[in-house]
Design a protein around this ligand. Structure first.
Ligand code: 2HG
Ligand code: ZN
Length: 453
């Protein structure tokens, strides 16, 4: 298979077909450094018709395509295995005017999350998904992975924000459902199907997105707790008392110390403690009193610090948001993103370290996550040759607890072999039937989500 370079140049302009290794290198390795492969070329279309022409050319040449947005994915879902045409969507960066009447906006796949947030805020609204990679992660990637992040507790994940999408299928045809209808009972929900499909069913080129009210007043608290059980136990009360609760993030001393060393941060408390819970309330009027009152009644609370000014809030968030970078600076981790029913989170945490040290005694687990959704980010440093064994052991534990092997990052290439731990044979057969119907030649993101062998 040879990439159809002439047809690709005709489709997007010669300057947007990158072949030199110097120019393609930054697209060929994922954020973690764990996944990389040489692409036949990188193609950078700027509009939907060009994406269609690219897919048509690739289909005619029988060359597979890997789709990439901001390249912040953590599961090897947007990096080539070798020989594919890499379709970069960052130039599809148009943002439509905010539709204040509907509370919606249309965003191109290449719009960054930060640009989308800024755009919504300039019209007095906001976007309901947020996470640390906001400056690089793009709308197309958020849709493709059904991204979650820190606001799921309040607004749901990406699928809950998605009112429409435009996508190019493997045969070059364009699906467009962009009216933003909030009620639409006309059959299969193709938009929702594309969400979380990780580029395997079609290339999402734009999205119609729900916006949420912009709330200007916030308060952040960092709680010290005796353990994960206390964190899970206090959530129902906090959710009931604090409608403004917008984040509940779990951290442990190993991660906080790693972040402090990496970023040169002061200790949050005089001593280390078993578990930390970062809470954020966002409201129209200052939520500090409500948060302080709710926190003061938390059973088992060991200590707490509260920030109602933005510098103090940024300082508390830094302990949480710098985890990924601090871990990346320490090495190439085995990165697992799992969830269990929230009530089983304490059991997962209790057993996790034993399971990891059972297969890789010298490895260092750094764990943190989104407690409301029972979602843990299990990063294992120093696993070396035992990376697969660690992955298998952790994912089997998660499956035993009725959990998901991929909570919000996608399955990618990293977890494709373990999909049967989270999906039944009947479900995988249905997924393969859909894939076969929409992409019969298997050209879109082969090996991602559904293993090829
Ligand atoms: C987060 O919650 C992201 O910060 C990244 O999902 C998690 O690096 C990770 O493992
Ligand atoms: Zn996360």
């Amino acid at each position: 298979m040879t990439a159809p370079l002439e047809a690709l140049r005709a489709a997007v302009g010669a300057e947007h077909v990158l072949v030199d290794a110097d120019l393609t290198a930054s697209y060929e390795t994922d954020w973690t450094g764990r996944f990389s492969g040489r692409a036949a070329c990188v193609v950078r279309p700027s509009e939907t018709a060009q994406v269609s022409a690219v897919l048509t050319a690739c289909r005619e040449a029988g060359v597979p395509v890997v789709v990439q947005g901001g390249n912040t994915g953590l599961v090897g879902g947007a990096t080539p295995a070798g020989g594919e045409v890499l379709l970069s969507l960052t130039r599809l960066a148009s943002l439509g005017p905010v539709d204040v009447a509907a509370g919606q906006v249309t965003a191109g796949a290449g719009v960054t999350l930060a640009a989308l947030q800024q755009h919504a805020r300039s019209a007095g609204l906001d976007f309901g998904v947020d996470f640390a990679a906001r400056d690089s992660a793009t709308v197309g990637g958020l849709v493709a992975t059904n991204a979650g992040g820190i606001r799921v507790l309040r607004y749901g994940s990406m699928r809950a924000q998605l009112l429409g999408a435009e996508a190019v299928l493997a045969d070059g045809s364009v699906l467009s459902r962009m009216a933003g209808l909030q009620k639409d009972g006309t059959g299969y929900d193709l938009v929702s199907l594309l969400c979380g499909s990780e580029g395997t069913l079609g290339v999402v080129t734009a999205a119609r997105l729900r916006l949420v009210p912009r709330l200007g007043a916030r308060c952040v608290a960092l709680l010290v707790l005796p353990g994960v059980s206390a964190a899970v136990a206090l959530l129902p009360g906090l959710r009931a008392r604090l409608p403004s609760l917008s984040a509940a993030e779990l951290m442990f001393p190993a991660g906080v110390e790693l972040v402090r060393d990496y970023a040169g941060l002061a200790a949050p408390f005089a001593e280390q403690h078993p578990a930390y819970l970062l809470l954020e309330c966002i409201d129209r009027t200052d939520p500090t009193d409500a948060l302080v009152e709710a926190v003061s009644e938390v059973a088992g609370l060991v200590d707490a610090t509260v920030a109602s000014d933005s510098a103090g809030q940024r300082a508390l968030w830094a302990y949480r948001e710098q985890h990924t970078e601090a871990i990346g600076a320490a090495g190439v981790p085995v990165k697992l993103d799992v969830s269990v029913p929230t009530g089983r989170l304490p059991e997962l945490c209790d057993r996790l370290n034993g399971v990891i040290s059972g297969v890789a005694p010298a490895a260092l687990p750094i764990v943190f996550g989104h407690v409301n959704e029972g979602n843990l980010h299990v990063n294992v440093l120093g696993a070396g040759d035992l990376a697969e064994a660690v992955t298998e052991a952790v994912l089997e534990l998660v499956a035993e607890l009725s959990g998901s092997i991929s909570s919000e990052h996608g399955v990618g290439r990293a977890k494709a072999a373990w999909l049967p731990l989270s999906r039944s044979a009947a479900e995988i057969a249905a997924m393969r039937a859909i894939k076969g119907a929409l992409d019969p030649a298997g050209l879109l993101n082969p090996g991602v989500l559904l293993a090829t062998s």
